[in-house]
Design a binder for this molecule. Sequence first.
Ligand SMILES: [Zn+2]
Length: 78
Amino acid sequence: MKCPICGAAELAHDTRDLPYICKGETTTIPAVIGDFCPVCGEVISGMAESVRTSALMLEFNKQVDLRQLVELRQQRPS
Ligand SMILES: [Zn+2]
């Protein structure tokens, strides 16, 4: 299958750790199963896999929000 995003290359079915960036902080989503585009980096994954990775991303977003909130409070003089 050709990449539906850039159309430049065939997608390669693989399992990879994907970097995920939220508000300047980076994490890794481990063992993502999907079809990977070598040109634009797009990942097409199945429904169950999308649900799993989205949940991990949401969880990381929450952690980042919480950490930045705590840091903000610590910076403020009491
Ligand atoms: Zn592509």
